[in-house]
Design a protein around this ligand. Structure first.
Ligand code: ARG
Ligand code: ZN
Length: 854
């Protein structure tokens, strides 16, 4: 029963105007809808409306009751005029809505989530993104639901008998149903204003749990910076007179771009020094920007159908990454984005759930809010910009906004704008949207000292993915530079285009042997295989002008050392050499602390697992810790001195430079925590005890947990005591324990589900424990007993009964079973089989688990 892109048909009817009237009651909300409907084509076809879990009370056409046919998911009406008014009334039960799609209750407040197909849980509708309507929304509720919010502009409010009140909102911009939002409840308000580039004053409001307004200040500040940036970088001005953000506690994902009324998971909105880490601040800044940027790339121009999801998501991620790069530094941002891509998207693209950036079929669209659509989708836009140049790229974006404003459109139409603006043929480039799998690019070098020429031979291949056995070569930008052995630049960055299976590049006029700095800035989302010798990679690590490649060179050296050890061939001399090089990088006065923190972190275990076949997580964990230990011992005194030198006593500031110093200080501690030397234990205890902000507190807690023993127990208990009343901080407490990789940790982690503060129905709490465990604790997730897998499968099954979407997100952690040793793979597979055998399993979990087994 999959939905296919090839089957797309325009809707038989369009809806121009929507009037909704909500009588809000937690367990019995009445929704009246009045829709102005118009036939969209020659013939009078039946009107088939979508709905889910609705109790239909009445249906009328042009004021008169009309016959209808009702099935669990559709309401069908026949014998309709060319234009008419449809009125329906339904009853729904928000209090019983544990799936958190449609209208539900979180923390005693009404809120909604309609993307992708949640609006049909509110009223009968054409719940598809190519039906754009203007909405007027009236809602009434008991006065204890103090604030009544919806999209657009507030038109009217008033009191009603019986202690009730009402509000009417109107959104002048036509929008698809997935952008509808409504919130009702007691909320504190943080108010501000923004003056746009044309001098219009916009009212800004952030609504949060009572007492939390001070913690919304950073989100508000981020919003204003994002609004300004979008004007400068893309010429985009905000359109309504009011922009609102609401933070809710129970939310299936990060945040949602509803027109004029963004709704956020409170974890991505609330922050202060005491309760939020620098990583939280960074994510708040980027997600606030992301949702705001959707106002143009998503809301004003939306998707024709859900296959086009990357049209808004890949593009908007690209926009938020560009914003973050401007706010926080380009190289550091790029490294973090590539790390995330490799951690989440590369495994997806290499496993049974691989799909193109624009998929061609799905069972549940909710399962396609993936790293491929978001992160690889952004990489594709980034390549487009690199290939066309910044100016032509901007011209293409301008044309897109001009040509498609107010439309629900396609990826083809988007790419056509760049072809038209640049005069380039982008037919082959479109392959990036249609072909799944990460290409492998191999670069070989031939140095002719006599002639002074370097010949580079590039080639690309992509392994088959499910349903796509034949692959073609995709055009990709290959940025590179050349250095000499002293690190002096011989050639600045140049961008070659590998537009077929092979390409030969000849650089001449070289008077010394050059060292290649390949794929600078990670100019394409590929796996690179090169013949660059370790001694040359040390030169890159020390001196490449491209900071991304400096980091990449260090990672490559570390990866090879760890994999050699994991394979039983440790090279101690090379390890010492690596430790010395890291020591020199740390001593580099010119480098930023944030960058050094990244240099200091060894490749992650999942990253290493991708490079080992079959992957043996225990061997990787042990080998990685051995290299960490070598660094910690070799550089011990320097690291401890650095840690002391970075201590800052001043008031907390979340700015990038201060965050960078904290990141380095905590990276130093993380490294030292592998070595239970008494000095390190003391340092970790002090770090934790005097922590004046959450970044340091978590850094200290992590280190103490790794060091183990009584001080770990004390720290865990003290942290809980201090923060038990703060849900967002308690999430971090669960997550820190879920990351404990020590041999005896598994039993303790599993027991946390019985902790009185654990509640698997709150997605944030569930993710803190279970997603953290499955994604960030590979040593214990892949415990040889198989108990880690069983635990995750248990949680998937239990969660599926209440919240299928959140349950489905955990399935991918078991999906890579073929990449692991046969014993582990069999244990993972057995859990997937157990999941698909569950009676009454949701489509969401079924689709992913069955694909993972196929
Ligand atoms: N559009 C939202 C965002 O990326 C995410 C919505 C997720 N929806 C879903 N069904 N998974 O900003
Ligand atoms: Zn988005």
């Amino acid at each position: 029963q999959p939905v296919r892109l090839a089957d797309y048909r325009p809707p038989a009817y369009l809806i121009d105007e929507v009037f909704l009237d909500f009588a809000l009651e937690p367990s019995a909300t009445r929704v009246k809808a009045r829709l102005s409907v118009r036939r969209n084509g020659e013939h009078a076809e039946p009107l088939i409306l979508d709905g889910e879990g609705l109790t239909t009370l009445s249906v009328a056409i042009d004021g008169a009751p009309h016959a209808y046919d009702e099935s669990p998911e559709h309401l069908t009406l026949a014998g309709l005029p060319a234009t008419f008014t449809l009125e329906t009334e339904v009853e729904i039960d928000p209090a019983a809505n544990t799936a958190l799609m449609g209208l539900y209750i979180s923390g005693g407040r009404f809120c909604t989530q309609c993307e992708a197909e949640g609006f049909r849980r509110i009223t009968w509708f054409l719940d598809r993104p190519d039906v754009l309507a203007r909405y007027t929304v009236r809602m009434e509720a008991d006065r204890s639901f103090q604030r009544l919010l919806a999209n657009g502009n507030l038109i009217e409010t008033g009191e009603l008998p019986g202690g009730r009140h009402y509000a009417v909102w109107n959104d002048p911009f036509p929008k698809p149903a997935y952008l509808f939002a409504l919130v009702a409840g007691e909320l504190d308000e943080l108010a501000d204003q923004f003056v746009t580039m044309t001098g219009r004053t916009i009212d800004l409001r952030v609504y949060v749990d009572p007492g939390m307004a001070p913690r919304a200040a950073y989100a508000m500040d981020s919003l204003k910076r994002a609004m300004k940036w979008d004007e400068e970088a893309f010429g985009r001005e905000y359109d309504l007179d009011l922009f609102m953000i609401v933070a809710v506690r129970d939310f299936n994902f990060g945040a949602m771009e509803n027109k004029g009324l963004n709704i956020f998971n409170s974890a991505l909105l609330l922050a202060d020094a005491e309760t939020a880490t620098d990583v939280d601040y960074e994510r708040i800044e980027s997600v606030v920007a992301h949702e705001y940027f959707h106002n143009w790339t998503g809301d004003r121009i939306t998707c024709r159908d859900w296959f086009q999801l990357c049209l808004k998501e890949g593009l908007t991620v690209f926009r938020d990454q560009s914003f973050s790069a401007d706010m926080r530094g380009e190289a550091v941002q790029r490294i973090k984005d590539v790390k995330a891509l490799r951690a989440r998207q590369f495994p997806e693209d290499a496993g049974p759930l691989a799909h193109p950036v624009r998929p061609s079929s799905y069972i549940k669209i909710d399962n396609f809010y993936t790293a491929t659509i978001y992160e690889k989708g952004s990489e594709v836009i980034r390549m487009l910009k690199t290939l066309l140049g910044a100016q032509a790229f901007r011209a293409g974006m301008d044309l897109y906004f001009e040509r498609h404003d107010g439309e629900a459109t396609t990826v083809e139409a988007f790419i056509q704008c760049f072809a038209d603006a640049s005069g380039r043929d982008l037919t082959d480039f479109f392959g990036w949207y249609e072909q799944a799998g990460t290409p492998t690019v191999t670069v070989g070098q031939r140095w002719d000292a006599e002639a002074g020429t370097l010949e580079l031979s590039l080639s690309q291949t992509t392994a088959p993915t499910p349903g796509q056995s034949a692959k073609t070569a995709l055009p990709l930008p290959f940025a590179f530079g050349l250095l000499d052995e002293d690190g002096t630049a011989l050639r600045e960055t140049e961008v070659a285009v590998l537009d077929g299976a092979e390409l030969t590049i000849v650089v001449d006029g070289l008077d010394r042997r050059p060292i290649l700095s390949p794929l600078r800035g990670f100019s394409a989302p590929v796996n690179l295989v090169s013949d660059i010798a370790p001694k040359d990679r040390y030169v890159l690590l020390a001196a490449d002008a491209d900071l991304f490649n400096r980091w990449e060179a260090g990672q490559g050296l570390a990866r090879d050392l760890i994999l050699a050890r994991a394979a039983g061939r440790p090279d101690e001399v090379a390890e010492e050499r690596y430790a010395e090089a890291v020591g020199r990088a740390l001593a580099d006065q010119a480098a930023e602390p944030a960058f050094k923190a990244l240099i200091l972190a060894l490749p992650t275990e999942p990253d290493l697992a991708m490079a080992m076949s079959p992957a043996d997580p225990a061997a990787i964990h042990e080998a990685r810790d051995a290299l960490r230990a070598r660094l910690a011992v070799h550089l011990g005194d320097d690291l401890r001195r650095l840690h002391t030198g970075l201590a800052d006593g001043g008031p907390f500031s979340p700015d990038a430079a201060s965050a960078g110093r904290r990141a380095l200080r905590n990276a130093v501690l993380t490294l030292l925590a592998v070595d239970g030397h008494a000095e390190n234990v003391d340092l970790a205890i002090r770090h934790f005890e005097i922590a004046a902000n959450m970044t340091d507190a978590i850094g200290g807690l992590d280190a103490l947990i790794e060091l183990g023993g009584a001080s770990a127990e004390t720290a865990i208990a003290a942290f809980h005591k201090r923060w038990k009343a703060e849900p967002l901080v308690l999430d971090k407490w669960f997550a820190a324990q879920a990351r404990d990789a020590s041999d005896e940790a598994l039993g303790r982690i599993l027991a946390l589900t019985a902790h009185p503060d654990f509640d698997g129905r709150t997605p944030n709490r569930l993710r803190a424990l279970v997603s953290t465990f499955a994604n960030l604790n590979p040593a214990r997730f892949h415990d040889p007993s198989g108990d880690g897998y069983r635990f995750v499968a248990d949680q998937i099954i239990a969660t599926d009964a209440v919240n299928p979407m959140t349950a489905a997100r955990l399935v991918e952690t078991l999906g890579g079973w073929r990449r692991y040793t046969p014993q582990l793979g069999a244990l993972m597979k057995a859990q997937l089989e157990r999941i698909v055998a569950v009676e009454g399993l949701s489509k969401n979990v079924f689709e992913l688990a069955s694909k993972a087994l196929a």
